[in-house]
Write a protein that binds this ligand. Structure first.
Ligand code: AHR
Length: 650
């Protein structure tokens, strides 16, 4: 049968179309130069805030809630039985409350108390747990207590006896070894003597903490931070720096020194979206500024403390009187100067001495300080001025970070930037929690930034898909967007995803980088994006273009590249955010032609909604393979919706 001419025409066009789409390749040129724009060591970092039970109940390995009996009503988190009395003349000035257990005149287990922990107490079979308590006998007869770890039915899974023979306050310790693994155990203490016993600062820690430290950190969570290879560590917040009101702002001086004497603080994240209220959310400050500096050192990140600028959380406080008047800012400015002394001062200085007494005579080598968290409007610059003046005069070596407010654009943002330029802040902290579309269209955001003004610190950012999930599509958008950080490393000098941690039973905010329960933790897909960047930051940017234009989302493609002088390696990053396979041909210019070994790493999923979970922690993880590329020009097929990283050994 004869084919009609019109059909032939369509067949021809279709054939051409297929040919074209098969043949079409993006030609990407990477200009090799050893001394391209330097990538700062601080480039990819982490941001810690005590939100989602990230500190108490999370990274801080203490398992007892309200160990000092200082939460409101003093017994929150505890269930008592028999004759238990709260007393207020304890040995620790800042936490004066303790409890007295008295003989109730009948059988064992007549007087005592149980601690519920944070959503229960997570314990592992045969692992060691250090119970400690400050105690004294309060009557002439010797005192003794029994300490147990119990399940929810009161079955005992570990126990030990403790004699308390002294009328002086003393620290007692013992080790408990549970016979079962439980996520929701309780700690029970009861009096076994016919006498009275006083107990204060009741504590239970796994012996196996991060680096085996007492008062230490939960090992799996600290390890997850270390594994990111972060360049900078921003702490302790976030809104908790500002406080629900000035009283509840984070005061670093309350977070140092003997742990028993650190003043408890309310957590601003007690209150969150209307239906969620966490009345038991307090900050014990057991994880305080000393521990933050120490952790920075452990994980190889520059410490970046954030201090209150005298503004209480501006979202919650619309009344000017909620904030410190500019003329009364001196104590706040002094806090900043004292913090620098605490971190860097000689051991003969007041705060340097405290650091040394806490176990770190060597300075922490602080180089960065942020004044204010998410501040906006005229209230902010006028408060920032006295800090800048004082810090510049005493510590010109310290870089000061100012805020551009909670939004990445708009009137307040523009005003904030204008003021930060006027005040010559070293870096400006931008925050963006935005949609997929915003991230995908924003990869060129920094291409036109002023190169002469302050540098950018993207201090909190995360892509928000529907329900703010930590899903694959959000992670892919972040990976694509971050090529824009890398390409603009002359202006973007630090970025920290936010927030870090979230307890599955107690979250107030998502997405978050790492989720956990009382026994397990899971690294989100977003975590792996951060890790890929953190481990492959490189040292110098390599210009990466198609037809002399940066790849910022044309045809769904985003690309950037760096050279790593230490590893003598070129690192190519490329995201295909489109729904179709793409073919790219890389052309490496400025290099001798050679066949090279390449590690190709891919992060991909066919399910945009895929998430890593505690039960399925490896749903989407990067996969690496070794390949050879024949020379300086080579083709790469990009699967739809995938992020690639190529490490090319030179
Ligand atoms: O990280 C969660 C919150 O988001 C931070 O406290 C605040 O800075 C931002 O609004």
């Amino acid at each position: 049968m004869k084919t009609p001419k019109i059909k032939l025409f369509f067949l021809f066009v279709t054939f051409l179309g297929v040919q074209l789409s098969v043949a079409q390749t993006h030609n990407i040129q990477v200009d090799f130069k050893k001394n391209g724009i330097p990538v700062q060591k601080t480039m990819y970092g982490i941001f810690f805030e005590d939100i989602n039970y990230g500190a108490d109940g999370g990274l801080y390995a203490e398992l007892v809630k309200n160990r000092s009996f200082e939460f409101p009503e003093h017994l929150m988190g505890w269930n008592t039985f028999g004759k238990v009395e709260v007393k207020a003349d304890g040995p620790f000035k800042n936490n004066p409350h303790y409890i007295r257990l008295a003989y109730a005149g009948h059988d064992e287990k007549q007087t005592g108390l149980d601690n519920e922990g944070y959503f229960g107490i997570g314990v592992k079979k045969d692992a060691e747990y250090r119970f400690s308590v400050w105690a004294k006998k309060a009557s002439s007869a010797n005192g003794s207590i029994r300490v147990e770890i119990i399940d929810t039915e009161s079955n005992v899974i570990a126990n030990a006896k403790l004699d308390i023979p002294s009328t002086e306050w003393k620290l007692y310790e013992l080790i408990l070894k549970p016979s079962r693994t439980l996520p929701d155990a309780k700690l029970r203490i009861f009096l076994t003597s016919k006498s009275e016993v006083d107990l204060e600062h009741v504590s239970l820690f796994p012996v196996d903490t991060w680096k085996g430290r007492k008062n230490g950190l939960r090992k799996d969570l600290a390890q997850a931070l270390y594994d990111l290879k972060p360049g900078v560590f921003r702490f302790p917040g976030g809104c908790i720096v500002e406080g629900t009101d000035l009283n509840s702002r984070y005061q670093w001086k309350n977070s140092i020194g003997q742990v028993e004497n650190r003043t408890l603080n309310e957590n601003r994240w007690q209150y969150t979206f209307p239906h969620r209220f966490f009345p038991d959310y307090y900050q014990s400050y057991g994880l305080g500024f000393y521990e933050f500096f120490q952790l920075s050192e452990d994980i190889g990140a520059e410490p970046l403390p954030v201090l209150s600028c005298g503004l209480a959380c501006q979202f919650q406080n619309k009344d000017i009187h909620a904030h410190v008047p500019v003329a009364e800012l001196n104590p706040y400015v002094q806090d900043a100067l004292d913090l620098i002394e605490f971190a860097n001062g000689d051991v003969t200085t007041k705060y340097g001495k405290i650091r040394a007494e806490m176990g770190h005579p060597a300075p922490f080598n602080l180089k960065l300080i942020a004044i204010g968290n998410e501040q906006w409007g005229e209230l902010y610059p006028e408060r920032l001025v006295p800090f800048i003046t004082a810090i510049r005069a005493r510590h010109p070596e310290i870089k000061i970070i100012g805020s551009a407010g909670p939004s990445p654009d708009g009137k307040d943002f523009d005003y904030g930037w204008q003021e930060m330029k006027r005040l010559k802040a070293d870096l400006v902290d931008e925050h963006y929690y935005r949609s997929l579309e915003w991230f995908l269209s924003g990869a060129a955001r920094y291409d036109k930034y002023d190169r002469k003004g302050p540098k950018v610190f993207a201090g909190e950012y995360a892509c928000h898909p529907a329900n703010r999930k930590n899903n694959y599509e959000a992670a892919l958008c972040e990976a694509a967007f971050m090529t824009g950080f890398e390409r603009n490393a002359d202006v973007v000098q630090m970025c920290t995803y936010a927030p870090l941690f979230s307890h599955v039973q107690g979250w107030q905010w998502k997405p978050d980088l790492i989720w956990f329960d009382n026994l397990r933790s899971v690294r989100s897909v977003n975590y792996y994006v951060q890790q890929l960047y953190g481990h492959n930051a490189g040292t110098n940017v390599l210009t990466t273009t198609e037809n002399k234009t940066a790849l910022t989302g044309q045809d769904g493609i985003y690309a950037s590249s760096v050279f790593d002088s230490g590893r003598n390696e070129i690192i190519l990053k490329i995201a295909n955010t489109s729904d179709s396979e793409k073919s790219v041909t890389y052309h490496l210019k400025g290099l001798k032609t050679a066949e090279r070994k390449v590690t190709k790493t891919v992060l991909k999923s066919t399910n945009p909604d895929a998430e890593n979970s505690l039960d399925n922690p490896e749903t989407v993880v990067p996969k690496s393979e070794e390949i050879n590329v024949p020379g300086n020009d080579f083709e790469l097929k990009l699967a739809p919706k995938a992020f690639y990283l190529l490490n090319i050994k030179l």
